[in-house]
Design a protein around this ligand. Structure first.
Ligand SMILES: O=C(O)c1cc(=O)[nH]c(=O)n1[C@@H]1O[C@H](COP(=O)(O)O)[C@@H](O)[C@H]1O
Length: 246
C-alpha cells in the first residue's frame, strides 16, 4: 500500500536507459516521465509503461498563454496518463483553460482524463531565491499556499508542493485536492539541488498523497535496496495521519 504512494522519476536521456531502470525496479508501480525523457523519446515511453500496466505521471510542467496550454493539455490528455503538470503561475485563465482541455482531450481519445496538478513553487527554490531572484514579496509558505488555492479555484485536481509546505496546504485545501511532494530525502541520502526537503515518513505524516523520489533510489549503488529502505520506512512509522489512496 505505501509502496503505491511512491512515484519514481525516469530522469534519463533515452529509451534504453529508461527500460533498464524500469527492469531494475520491477516493484515500482508509478513512474514519472519528465521533460528530459519525453523530449528525447516522445510518447514511445508511455506505450512501454502502459504495456507493463504501470501508472504514469507525465510531468511536462506546461507554462504558457491560455490558448497554448489548452492545446498542449488536450494533446497530453489523449495519452491516457494518470497525472499531468502545469505551473500555477500561468494564472487563472490558463489554468481554467487547461482544466477544461484535459476533459475534452480525454473524451476525444476515449480515455480517462489525467488529474491535472499545478506546480506551486519548484522545490529547488529557497526562500532567499524567492525574495531576491524572483522578487516575490511574500513569505515562501504563503506564496506556495496562494498558488495552490489559485489552482483549486481554477478547477485543477491538485498541486505539487515541497514536503515543507504540504501540511499547510492539506489543512487549507479541500479534502480531495491531491498533494504530490517531490524534494523528498531519506536521512541517508544527499539533498542535491533540493532546497526544501523532508524525509518520506515526515512528508506522508504531513499530508502528502504521493511522494516523488528520484536520485536517492535511482542513483543509489543498489536501487532495489534503496527502494526497500524507503518502503520499510513508510511501513514502520505511525499510520494515524496517513490518507488512504482511492
Ligand atoms: O513536478 C515535479 O515532479 C517536480 C516539481 C518540483 O517542484 N520539484 C521537483 O524536483 N520535481 C521533480 O521531482 C523529481 C525529483 O527528483 P530527485 O530530486 O532526484 O528526487 C525530478 O524529476 C523533478 O523534475
Amino acid at each position: 500500500m505505501n509502496a503505491e504512494k511512491i512515484i519514481v522519476p525516469l530522469d534519463v536521456s533515452d529509451l534504453d536507459s529508461a527500460i533498464a531502470l524500469i527492469n531494475k525496479l520491477p516493484q515500482v508501480t508509478f513512474w514519472k516521465v519528465g521533460l528530459e525523457l519525453f523530449t528525447s523519446t516522445g510518447p514511445k515511453i508511455l506505450d512501454i509503461l502502459k504495456s507493463r500496466q504501470k501508472r504514469i505521471f507525465l510531468d511536462l510542467k506546461f507554462h504558457d498563454i491560455p490558448n497554448t496550454v489548452a492545446g498542449a493539455c488536450r494533446a497530453a490528455a489523449g495519452y491516457g496518463v494518470d497525472l499531468l503538470t502545469i505551473h500555477a503561475t500561468c494564472g487563472n485563465d490558463a489554468l481554467k483553460a487547461a482544466a477544461e482541455a484535459v476533459e475534452i482531450g480525454a473524451e476525444k481519445a476515449g480515455t480517462k482524463p489525467p488529474q491535472l496538478i499545478a506546480i506551486t513553487l519548484l522545490t529547488s527554490i529557497s526562500p532567499r531565491q524567492l525574495a531576491f531572484d524572483l522578487k516575490i514579496p511574500l513569505e515562501l509558505p504563503e506564496f506556495a499556499l496562494e498558488m495552490a488555492l489559485l489552482a483549486e479555484k481554477s478547477g485543477l485536481n491538485g498541486a505539487v508542493c515541497s514536503p515543507q509546505e504540504v501540511q499547510q496546504l492539506r489543512e487549507t485545501c479541500k479534502n480531495d485536492f491531491l498533494l504530490v511532494c517531490p524534494g523528498v530525502r531519506p536521512t541517508w541520502s544527499d539533498k542535491g539541488d533540493q532546497k526544501r526537503s523532508l524525509t518520506p515518513s515526515q512528508a506522508i505524516t504531513a499530508g502528502a498523497d504521493y511522494l516523488v523520489i528520484g536520485r536517492p533510489i535511482t542513483a543509489a549503488a543498489e536501487p532495489e535496496l534503496a527502494w526497500n529502505l524507503v518502503v520499510e520506512e513508510l511501513n514502520t512509522f505511525p499510520t494515524k495521519n496517513q490518507r488512504p489512496l482511492d
